[in-house]
Design a protein around this ligand. Structure first.
Ligand code: CA
Length: 234
């Protein structure tokens, strides 16, 4: 199950940036632009974590935090407050009102992702696991190592990111464009055919001992990580 993160922030460009970076890391994202929307959003689907801006129109972040904490089902959801520089006293009040952590703007996406993983790890050890596994394939994100059975698989940086992305949702078919967005980023122009080149390298590395092929090519659609002979077994 992919963790859902609710962003509560009225600054739309920041929401867009956060969404992009979180989705790229494999999280699902919901957004709310003020406190009332946030209270509605948590009723629709309980998120695994909430990023809550301090300065919101109508209800302040602090008040939203208190109200969320009164909600059944949301009481235990970790909250990270987003605050502006120089609000030290406010941060402490934020923690008093039930926030788990806070991060000061401006922050780098990498810093935020690290905080999110740390908070999730404390809240739900399984969600933030840095080991991805599928069939006999094990990917240790923290150690940056990949094994297939007992064999160590050596991957270039692009193949590593490509495999990480596929491993987060085995069975799901990704188009070349989706893989380009996720692995190369939206701001870089790369030919869709480049994806084929890197898939070929990834396959070669994964199947070096002629193991069953775990990557499925879906004609005219894209690629998926899948069990070999999945049709025959079904
Ligand atoms: Ca704001």
């Amino acid at each position: 199950m992919t963790p859902l993160i609710l962003i509560v922030e009225d600054e739309i460009p920041l929401v867009t940036l956060l969404r992009y970076n979180l989705e790229r890391e494999g999280f699902r994202v919901a957004e709310a632009h003020d406190g009332e929307e946030a209270l509605l959003a948590v009723k629709e689907e309980t998120p695994e974590l909430i990023l809550l801006d301090w300065m919101l129109p109508h209800l302040s972040g602090l008040e939203v935090c208190r109200q969320l904490r009164r909600h059944n089902g949301v009481r235990d959801v970790p909250i990270i407050m987003l605050t502006a520089r120089g609000e030290e006293a406010d941060k402490l009040r934020g923690l008093d009102s039930g926030a788990d952590d806070y991060i000061t703007k401006p922050f780098s996406p990498a810093e935020l992702i690290a905080r999110i993983r740390a908070v999730l790890r404390r809240a739900q050890p399984a969600v933030a696991s840095e080991i991805l596994q599928f069939e006999d394939l094990i990917m240790d994100l923290a150690a940056h190592r990949v094994r297939r059975g007992a064999r160590e698989v050596r991957l270039g940086p692009t193949e590593f990111r490509l495999l990480r992305h596929l491993l987060r949702s085995p069975g799901r078919v990704y188009s070349r464009e989706q893989l380009l967005d996720a692995v190369w980023g939206r701001d870089i122009y790369v030919e869709p055919r480049t994806v084929d080149v890197h898939i070929r390298r990834l396959r070669k590395a994964l199947n070096a001992d002629s193991e069953p092929d775990l990557i499925r090519t879906v004609r005219a659609a894209g690629y998926a990580l899948d069990r070999p002979n999945v049709v025959a077994r079904a």
